[in-house]
Design a protein around this ligand. Sequence first.
Ligand code: HAM
Length: 441
Amino acid sequence: MGRPRKIRPEQDLTDIKRDPIQTLSGMKDVLPEDQKYWDFVVRKIHNLCQCYGFKRIDTPILEESSLFERGTGKYTDIVEKEMYILKDKSGQTIALRPEATPGIARAYIEHGMKNRSQPVKLYWIGPMFRHSRPQKGRLREFHQFNFEAIGSKSPGQDAEIILLSWNIYKGLGIKNLSIQINSIGCLDCRAKYIATLKDYYKGNKTKLCSDCKRRLEKNPLRLLDCKEEKCARLANKAPQIIDTLCENCHDHFKSVLEFLDELNLPYILNPRLVRGLDYYTRTVFEIWPEEEKAQASLGGGGRYDRLVEELGGDPTPAVGFAGGIERIISKIKEQKITVPEKEKPHIFLAQLGELAKKKAMKLFEELLKGGIPIGASFGKDSMKSQLKLADRMGISYTLIIGQKEALEETVIIRDMETGNQEIVSGDKIIQEIQKRLKSFK
Ligand code: HAM
């Protein structure tokens, strides 16, 4: 992982100039050889979201930091420890978005989407920023896809979100996954549960890690999903929220599970699943790889019936999900899932000499305009290196324009497999190529 360079006071400026600059810690380049994975995943997300009637939305990377303090929650790890915050030139405190849901809820309010047919179903793909300690599967810049259904309180809507999430992973061919699910109730029943939980931990405070000691006051539910072994041992024996749910929350959860049963979705009831964001109410769920634990969750979501109101809108029930794209791509590689190669051009255009290069560039434009995928390397001058490149690209036919062809307005078509060459008049070249491309369809 790249580290930012440190400049020592005694260091000569010329040394500094020569030091290579690397990516910031926790941030990654996506190299050309990895693009096919991104295309594969992103295409699946677009296709499925649109099939389920979600419409795409994009929101800015920068938002007022108070959006996340009010939305995600002041005492969550994301806001307390991980947010990239800066002051802009006007003195306003702004944040690089650590998650998408508050921004989407803000957009729902700001654009009067309550006047559209409800629920408003939106999906979104983009980069996120969290300044946590980089480790396997945990980046500081990472990418998420989100889908949110705002304006429905129906348990069927929770089920649809869970189904869509599941189908994205399944559609990509990822195996050995489970749906972890729980209900954390509404404000009323949760208050009762938190009192019971605090009671349980009262005599055990000294056995908790320092983070959990703090959480006991500010965010006691998070005690349940602490990864420290000693805290996990206590959490396993803690009273379960499911036993404290009010009648409405209980019925809602029961109904969500009935949908999942009907859909044959393999869920696991997990009483310790609470999610680390403050806005959740009732259903919470995550998608886990079976062999790993929550640290590596491929995605998570739940119902958030109070967020729109917290951000200044009308009371509006909502439910949504977000998945991490880098974690999905790691799984795809780990499980050796075959990913389609990007469509490769079958034709390459090579040139030799100044006049030929000009003619070739013009022909290249014409072919692209005609919808013919074609490769070329106008930065290379030697014919040998251009043919070598065409060979490496697995090209079937190379069009060659040298000095003679440029003057005579002809093009040589070289069959890369047999080495046979044919001279074709410049005005017939498109026709000739189309004839040959037919065999690839
Ligand atoms: P989240 O659980 O914070 O939920 O993130 C969702 C997913 O993003 C995680 O399961 C993981 O795959 C990925 N992810 C999170 N942090 C990182 C990281 N540092 N590096 C790599 N991947 C990461 C949310 O963000 C909620 N907004 C989900 C939601 C949408 N709830 C309702 N609607």
